[in-house]
Design a protein around this ligand. Sequence first.
Ligand code: ZN
Length: 184
Amino acid sequence: MILPVYVYGSPVLRKKAVAIDQNYDGINTFIADLWETMYNSDGVGLAAPQVGKSIRVFVIDSTAMVSDDPTIQTFKKAFINPKIIEKTGDESLFIEGCISIPNIREEVSRPPQIRIQYYDENWGFHDDYFDGVPARIIQHEYDHLEGILFVDKIPAIRRKLLNGRLLAITKGKVDVSYKIKAPR
Ligand code: ZN
């Protein structure tokens, strides 16, 4: 089921999401809904708070980026209760967007490598290293679980230039092809 995407200004995007346990009801259906909602909005990642659920779950599929840059490896995974253990390497800039902040894209500085522990959709435990585009997308989605958005990480001057557009998004005044839920 395609879910409405909560956009910039929604309080749920600013909450620290909570871990879930194996008794959590309907996690497989929920993850399927995350995939469907993500594909419908042409995103490469989607975190639970973006559909109004403040739990520590996100999904990633970089396939849509491969058509722009064939060197990007296809990467598709669901993450439950992820924990970034370490971030390493020199930070670099990369243009990011977010389906909760439609039509805004900005360069964000992040380190290139991460180590992350998480459970997959079958509650299998993983302790993995990622770099490149997957590490970039994981860090973006992980930030959503902490109540952090990519526009928090851009220079203040750039942010100021976006203020009008961000305010318009909070009012739902934005041209998008998918269903959104605006706070006002
Ligand atoms: Zn995002």
